[in-house]
Design a protein around this ligand. Structure first.
Ligand SMILES: NC(=O)c1ccc[n+]([C@@H]2O[C@H](COP(=O)([O-])OP(=O)(O)OC[C@H]3O[C@@H](n4cnc5c(N)ncnc54)[C@H](OP(=O)(O)O)[C@@H]3O)[C@@H](O)[C@H]2O)c1
Length: 246
């Protein structure tokens, strides 16, 4: 078994770390001194690019293919990363899918996919992670500002999935506080990634600050929530969206 215990670095696992916000979180956590495992589902090329970028910066990342719609795959990913690095301290659950559509046409397949990845996948990932964490564990979810306020009539299902994450975080923060595990949620507004590429320039005008966010803006908050500076914070949802959901 390939087990790397050559140092006492803390270990982070990012679900959905091959592109966009997740990839920025992987790189930032590595910069902060973590050994980082991350999952991807369909883009081994992007995953390898992240592994290489972390290595070029002097860090160590491990990519694991695991579909967040598949509970067994999620559990295996946690096991693989915790075993490879010898511990697990921080988990970022970023893997998520966006399906837009109004109620007359929204398909059951899309409904199931959104709920399976964005809600069930988040819960299962946390369940698997806390079984491997000691006290002082930190769980960070990536929700959305669409949990705060509907931003388009086509975003109902996506928004309800992210509102479920915010509620989940409050409940689990209460459950896990006695064990010293903190659980917090980041709610981004429009961030320039593959997910938003089609709409991003149009969305910019809807943001009070008249700009869209970059992945590094979210990675900065991930870094804060993963570190000791946020030691008194749990159960919070931090919205970062240029004022869009006000
Ligand atoms: N971008 C925004 O404006 C925005 C705003 C609010 C919230 N968010 C949330 O932020 C998170 C990341 O968004 P993004 O814009 O960075 O997305 P993205 O550019 O589409 O990247 C998605 C990442 O998640 C992975 N992923 C997708 N489905 C997965 C699955 N079933 N299992 C495992 N991994 C999966 C992808 O892996 P592959 O590379 O293998 O496909 C990729 O690494 C999502 O939860 C999204 O809802 C984004």
């Amino acid at each position: 078994m390939n087990t790397d215990r050559s140092n006492e670095k803390e270990v982070a696992l990012v679900f959905g770390g091959s592109r966009g916000i997740g990839a920025a979180a992987v790189r930032r956590l590595s910069y902060d001194g973590f050994s980082v495992g991350f999952t991807y589902v369909s883009r081994p090329d992007s995953a390898q690019h992240v592994v290489d970028a972390v290595a070029a910066d002097g860090g160590h990342a491990l990519a694991v293919q695991a579909d967040s719609a598949d509970a067994a795959a999620i559990r295996q990913a946690v096991e693989k990363v915790a075993t490879h690095f010898g511990r697990l301290d921080v988990v970022v659950i970023n893997a998520g899918v966006l399906r837009l559509g109004t109620i007359d046409t929204f398909t059951l397949e899309d409904l199931d996919q959104v709920l399976q990845v964005n809600v069930r996948g988040v819960y299962v990932a946390i369940q698997a992670a806390v079984a491997r964490m000691g006290g002082d564990g930190r769980i960070i979810t990536i929700g959305s500002n669409s949990a705060v306020r509907p931003l388009t009539p086509a975003g109902t299902v996506y928004g309800m999935s992210k509102a479920a994450v915010a509620a989940m975080v409050k409940g689990l923060a209460l459950e896990l506080a006695p064990r010293g595990i903190r659980v917090n949620n980041i709610q981004p507004g429009p961030i320039r990634t593959d997910m938003t590429a089609e709409h991003i320039e149009r969305i910019k005008d809807m943001v009070p600050l008249k700009q869209v966010g970059e992945t590094e803006d979210i990675a900065e908050l991930v870094s804060y929530l993963a570190g000791a500076s946020s030691r008194y914070m749990t159960g919070s949802s931090l919205t970062i969206d240029g004022g869009m959901a006000l």
